[in-house]
Write a protein that binds this ligand. Structure first.
Ligand SMILES: C[S@@+](CC[C@H](N)C(=O)[O-])C[C@H]1O[C@@H](n2cnc3c(N)ncnc32)[C@H](O)[C@@H]1O
Length: 330
């Protein structure tokens, strides 16, 4: 796969204060896509190429189901072929998306997380935004819907990049991209975002303090971090390091209490630290669907006690914290 689908975004980025990022992002993207990037990449690319042309529709970025609204329902054959091609990009984890009547009912109701976040953060109007671990870009679309000037999403999982390309085939925007990069691909001398999101990533990091320091560096002075992660409920400074799996996930390393997390933020230099939400994840938010046919939350909780995971840990509770990189003192 070459860089062509990402060029319009990189050109757009060059016209912002992030112009210095262009070459590093292009090189990292080319590297991640090069060689045998993923055995299924040719199949996914072939699916993208089969996406049918659709009649014009109205973009919808400011409502739970992101996508395109048509003036009238698609004819049955067109709807079937659109559904079949999008299904080739299974599993769809983050969404939902609605493309001219085709409802991609994803594993996660990501709109519920966005509802918890959107009202509490600094207004996104005209801001340059980075979304680290953005999945297929669902929240990025909502950020554009909230007026962001440009949203760079990064996620090393190639299927999610292909899902973004599929949705963007119809939304055709150059102010959002999901690039196939991990946070470790963002060079140490690059900075300048007004808002940085890291949602659902910290507990996957083996060095959570380094992750927070990276996020700090990526923000301009005065910029805002929005971080969502798994936490332990209750007061005091506590930490769970699961000895094995957590809710069947092999890559969960650190689950702090909110108080411990706030201390980590402070040690990394953040100020104005606020907890804006703490919510237990329930089956209304994360479940198996036709578009994500593997096991989901329900299968990973103790059938006799849904307050515990199958491994006996506290069931998933997620918190959202906001903080600022301070302005330098005069
Ligand atoms: C739990 S999902 C969260 C997705 C989305 N941010 C949300 O809140 O719904 C975590 C994401 O982080 C991505 N990820 C894994 N390692 C990463 C890394 N080194 N840098 C950036 N993202 C990473 C995964 O591919 C996955 O899409």
């Amino acid at each position: 796969m070459d860089l062509t689908p990402f060029e319009p975004f990189l050109d757009r980025l060059s016209q912002t204060g992030l112009g210095a990022w262009r070459d590093a992002l292009a090189e990292g993207t080319a590297r991640r896509l090069g060689g045998r990037a993923h055995g299924d990449l040719p199949t996914w690319e072939a699916a993208l190429a089969r996406l049918p042309d659709l009649p014009n529709g109205r973009p919808r970025l400011d409502r739970p189901c992101v996508g395109i609204e048509g003036a009238r329902p698609l004819d049955a054959d067109l709807e079937r072929s659109l559904t079949e091609v999008l299904m080739a990009l299974h599993p769809w984890r983050k969404g939902p998306f609605c493309i001219q009547g085709v409802h991609i009912d994803t594993e996660w109701r990501s709109d519920l997380k966005w509802e918890r976040v959107a009202g509490a953060i600094a207004p996104l109007a005209d801001r340059l935004v980075l979304d680290v671990g953005c999945g297929n870009g669902y929240h990025g679309w909502r950020m554009l819907g909230a007026g962001a000037r440009l949203v760079l999403g990064i996620d090393p999982t190639l299927l999610f990049v292909l899902q973004w390309l599929a949705i963007n085939r119809y939304l055709v925007r150059d102010d959002l991209a999901v690039l196939p990069l991990g946070i470790e691909d963002l060079r140490g001398d690059l900075t300048g975002f007004d808002t940085v999101f890291s949602m659902g990533v910290l507990y996957h990091r083996r060095s959570p303090i380094d992750h927070l320091m990276d996020l700090y560096r990526l923000l301009r002075p005065g910029g805002e971090l929005v971080l969502e992660t798994l936490v332990l409920e209750g007061e005091g400074e506590r930490l769970l390091v699961p000895p094995g799996r957590y809710a069947a996930m092999r890559n969960v390393w650190f689950i702090p209490s909110v108080d411990a997390l706030a201390i980590w933020f402070g040690r990394c230099g953040f100020t104005g630290i606020r907890v804006i939400d703490v919510t237990r994840t329930g089956p209304e938010e994360q479940r198996s669907t036709d578009w994500m046919r593997f096991q989901s939350l329900h299968d990973h909780l103790d059938p006799a006690d849904s307050s515990r995971t199958v491994e006996g840990h506290p069931a998933p509770v997620r918190a959202v914290l906001i903080a600022n990189r301070p302005e330098p003192s005069p």
